[in-house]
Structures are given as structure tokens and as C-alpha cells.
Design a protein around this ligand. Structure first.
Ligand code: XMP
Length: 515
């Protein structure tokens, strides 16, 4: 394991991902972790991340020089580079030498292991105020920039190295190569974190955790729950039961993807609950978005618990599978990506579960990033439509009909949504678009003309967005010809719709969904 010490900027997760892209397993630890704890974990290497602070700032995270006495390979980046220089007796000056953004570095006559053979000058991404003015004793300075004399250094004998820039970002085109060289050549780590090894290790861990017990897993149709279930299925076979609630608010083809494609790919035992009537009854007459969400959430728990109770009635089920990912673990302050288990008590004022039922959580994706989950899913043979699926909200089409949710309206929206998705995929835009909600303004009508007749139909809104994490988003500039095809097809093929409009609002101020 490579431990990435997080100095509190947004970089640590990206670094951890890049390490894994170099086929080496990594985890993130907070900068407050005592060195004794780090050493006790016997990491294959330690990476000190960038961070927003100046090493001179009051309360700036300190680096305990004891780290360097343990013989562990260490790589410092940006803030980590400066903290490393300081801890080892080099000089860091708060001299206001600010560099921000794209910067050229020049390699010295001794470019060292990290930069050997790379172009003599090349661009990197910088973001720092202080700068290292003298490398610690024993280090070779391997690069500089116009502004800073020491932009990279290494002491390969002690397996220590650092760079002032950010090798983990795309704006440093040779950064990944430099990181690989540190991991493979300087630290001497065998690259063995591959999709096959991830699957083997995870399956083995799940098998060990569950023993000869039984587990259940709720499927949403999304990638995380599907991959989690596929792994557990591989580990314990038919002792896993998957539960899929069809709330009637799904998009076209989604139920079939779970019932046919997922089952065919995994052989998992599936229990589908047909609950559309129940959800639609509960939603009758409701137009308030929050009210809709509450009703859908409440009904979902009731139905899921009732279904679980049926499974549990057959045999004792001790485990509940969840698709928790590594970023959730890091963000909630979890210490370690693997081997952690928590016990939850299912709360159930309704659904008929015995009062004392307790599930231990099984979280096979707890150590994985989203891109790893997709790769693992593909390797396990899950269909593309599931593995590549864009985000889709739990309340489904229920929050994409503005107004009351009815069967007819769902049918209208489902047809329009299917056309939009088909055309966006055909145009090869799935990767570029984060997601594209298709919204039916069910309470709005406008006049139109079709054939010889006047129409009075509903508008459909297209909401294509680009985003990194759904926290902020921009509207995607879709090509006009794609928009035209979607519009023409929807107005021709979906009878209730006579107008297609495009939402050109960023988030903020708009949210991605309309409700
Ligand atoms: P907003 O509309 O808040 O959406 O900009 C941000 C992201 O979250 C998804 N979303 C949901 N996902 N249950 C979910 O599982 C929900 O109730 C829900 N509401 C919004 C939305 O699709 C987008 O990706």
C-alpha cells in the first residue's frame, strides 16, 4: 500500500487515483496521522500531497522528520515537497515567489531517475507561494523554472524525491510518467493492482466476511449496486439474494436491464417487486417536489423491507450489501479502505421485519474509485448499459414530471427520454455529458400546429449538463444537428408533446434536476 498524506487540498484523491493507474494500491490518510502509525502500516511508499497552506503559516500541518528515519520511500508534491525540504534540513523561503498555472521547467544536467529522457524543457502545473531555495544535503536538484531554482530533487539512494509542481493533474503532461518512475523505479514497488487482482482480493475478502452466511442486496439499476452484487454473487453464489423494486418511475428498458442482462451476466438470484401501483396511488394528486420525494422514499423503504422480510423468512440473513465507494469513505473520515465493517440496525416501523434483525454491512467497493468500479464491472461481464450508466436519481421520473405523476404522463416522458438517450448515444456524446435529464412540463400547454391541425400539447425540456461531481455543472453545448434530430423525433413520435426546449442554465443557480 502507498499512503497518500492529505494536506487538505482537493489533490489527495486525485493522487491516490493516479497511483492506482500506475497499478499500485493506495489509500489516503489525514496529515494529522502520527508518523508512528504510518510506519506501523509498513507502506510501500508515502506520498506527501499538495495543500493550500504555506509551511510558515500558523497551524500549517507539520511533517515529523521521524518519517525519514524508517527507510520508507517518500515522494513530496508541492506543499509536500516544501514540507519535505524543510524537515530534511533544506531551505524554504516565504519569498513571495508565486507561480500559478502552466509553467515551463528546465531539466538540469543531471535530470535523475524521475525526469531522465523527458524533454529538456516541458510544461507543468504549478500552484505555490513559498519556494525551496536549497535542497537538503544528499539530494540532487533535477529541475528548475524561471522563478524557482529548485523545482525537483531526488536522493535515489534513500529512495526520496519531490517535485514543486503537481504531477497528478492533466496539465502536467509528463506527470503520470514521473509518478510511475517514482513508484516503480525509485521505490521499487511491483505494480500488481490490476483489475484481475482487485476482483480476486475483493471476492476473497467477501467470502471470508460472510462465511457460510446469507446476504441481501438492493439493486437500483445503477452501476455501484450492480457491481457490488456481482462481486458478492461471485463470492457466495446463491446465498445472495438481490432485491429490485420497480416503483414504476423507471426509464424505458431499465427493468429489463436488471431482470435479463444483469441476471444473465451474473447468475444472481433476483427478487423483483412490482410496486408501480402502490407508488402511483401514493403519489396521486401530489405536485409539491419535496412531498413527492418524501412519499417515494417512504414507500421505497416499506417495499424494500417487506421484500427483505420475505427473504429473511426463508433463512437467516445476516448481511446487507451496499455499494459504498472509497470517496464516501474518505469524505466521512473513515480510516481505511479495506477490511472495515460496521453493523447497522434496520429501522422498520412498518415492513414486518423482526425487531431484533441486525445486518452486518458488506461493502465490497469500499476501497474503490468510480472508474475502478466500472472497470471491475466490465471485467465481471456486466452489460455496457449498466457499467457506463450516467447518474439517475433514486426518485426516478417522479421528479422529472413537473406536476402530478400519472401513468399517462410517465408513458409520455419515458418515450421522449428514450429518444433523447438514443440520439445522444448515437452521436457519441455519452462520455462528454454528465447526464441529461429530460423533463415533462405536465402542467404547461402551448399551441402548435401539426399537419393541418392545431395542437395544444406539453413541452419537453432537455437539460444536458457537463460536470465533475454534480456539485457544480454547466449546460453542455450540444451540436445543433443533434438537438434538431431529438426535437424532430420527439415532436413526431410522442403524441402529447408539441415543443422541445433547451435548458441553458448552469448550476448554480439552477440545480441539475428540475425538482
Ligand atoms: P441536483 O438536482 O441537486 O442533482 O443538482 C445533483 C445530482 O444528484 C442527483 N439527484 C438525486 N439522486 N436521489 C438520488 O439518488 C435523489 O433524490 C436525487 N436528486 C438529485 C441528480 O440526478 C444529479 O446527478
Amino acid at each position: 500500500t502507498v499512503l497518500v498524506v492529505d494536506y487538505g487540498a482537493q489533490y489527495a484523491q486525485l493522487i491516490a487515483r493516479r497511483v492506482r493507474e500506475a497499478d499500485v494500491y493506495s489509500e489516503i490518510v489525514p496529515s494529522s496521522t502520527p508518523v508512528s502509525e504510518i510506519v506501523a502500516r509498513e507502506p510501500a511508499a508515502v506520498i506527501l500531497s499538495g495543500g493550500p497552506a504555506s509551511v510558515y503559516a500558523e497551524g500549517a500541518p507539520e511533517l515529523d522528520p521521524a518519517l525519514f528515519e524508517a527507510g520508507i520511500p517518500v515522494f513530496g508534491m508541492c506543499y509536500g515537497f516544501q514540507a519535505m525540504a524543510r524537515a530534511l534540513g533544506g531551505e524554504v523561503a516565504p519569498d513571495g515567489t508565486r507561480e500559478y498555472g502552466r509553467t515551463e521547467i528546465a531539466l538540469s544536467d543531471t535530470p535523475g531517475t524521475l525526469h531522465e529522457g523527458l524533454p529538456g524543457t516541458h510544461p507543468v502545473w504549478m500552484s505555490h507561494g513559498d519556494s525551496v531555495t536549497a535542497a537538503p544535503a544528499g539530494f540532487t536538484v533535477t529541475a528548475s523554472s524561471d522563478r524557482v531554482a529548485v523545482a525537483a530533487f531526488e536522493d535515489t539512494g534513500r529512495r526520496l524525491a519531490g517535485v514543486q509542481y503537481h504531477p497528478e493533474v492533466g496539465h502536467s503532461p509528463h506527470g503520470q510518467e514521473v509518478l510511475r518512475r517514482f513508484l516503480h523505479d525509485v521505490a521499487g514497488i511491483t505494480p500488481n493492482w490490476t483489475t484481475a487482482s482487485i476482483i480476486d482480493e475483493t471476492v476473497a475478502a467477501v467470502r471470508e466476511q460472510i462465511g457460510d452466511g446469507h446476504a441481501i442486496c438492493g439493486l437500483s439499476g445503477g452501476v455501484d449496486s450492480a457491481v457490488a452484487a456481482a462481486i458478492v454473487q461471485r463470492a457466495i453464489g446463491d446465498r445472495l439474494t438481490c432485491v429490485f423494486v420497480d416503483h414504476g418511475l423507471l426509464r424505458a428498458g431499465e427493468r429489463e436491464q436488471v431482470e435479463k442482462d444483469f441476471v444473465a451476466a451474473t447468475g444472481a438470484k433476483l427478487h423483483t417487486v412490482d410496486a408501480a401501483d402502490r407508488f402511483l396511488d401514493a403519489l396521486a394528486g401530489v405536485t409539491d417536489p419535496e412531498q413527492k420525494r418524501k412519499i417515494i422514499g417512504r414507500e421505497f423503504i416499506r417495499v424494500f423491507e417487506a421484500a427483505t422480510a420475505e427473504v429473511v423468512a426463508d433463512h437467516h440473513v445476516g448481511f446487507l450489501v451496499q455499494g459504498t465507494l472509497y470517496p464516501d469513505v474518505v469524505e466521512s473520515g473513515g480510516a481505511s479502505g479495506t477490511g472495515q465493517t460496521a453493523t447497522i440496525k434496520s429501522h422498520h416501523n412498518v415492513g414486518g421485519l423482526p425487531d431484533d434483525i441486525e445486518f452486518a454491512l458488506v461493502e465490497p467497493l469500499r476501497a474503490l474509485f468510480k472508474d475502478e468500479v466500472r472497470t471491475v464491472g466490465a471485467e465481471l461481464g456486466l452489460p455496457e448499459v449498466i457499467v457506463r450508466r450516467q447518474p439517475f436519481p433514486g426518485p426516478g421520473l417522479g421528479i422529472r414530471i413537473i406536476g402530478e405523476v400519472t401513468r399517462d404522463r410517465l408513458e409520455t416522458l419515458r418515450a421522449a427520454d428514450a429518444i433523447a438517450r438514443e440520439e445522444l448515444s448515437a452521436a457519441g456524446l455519452d462520455e462528454e455529458i454528465w447526464q441529461c435529464p429530460v423533463v415533462l412540463l405536465a402542467d404547461v400547454r402551448s399551441v402548435g400546429v401539426q399537419g393541418d391541425g392545431r395542437t395544444y400539447g406539453h413541452p419537453i425540456v432537455l437539460r444536458p449538463v457537463s460536470s465533475e461531481d454534480a456539485m457544480t455543472a454547466d449546460w453542455t453545448r450540444l451540436p445543433y444537428d443533434v438537438l434538431e434530430r431529438i426535437s424532430t423525433r420527439i415532436t413526431n413520435e410522442v403524441s402529447e408533446v408539441n415543443r422541445v426546449v433547451l435548458d441553458v442554465t448552469s448550476k448554480p443557480p439552477g440545480t441539475i434536476e428540475w425538482e
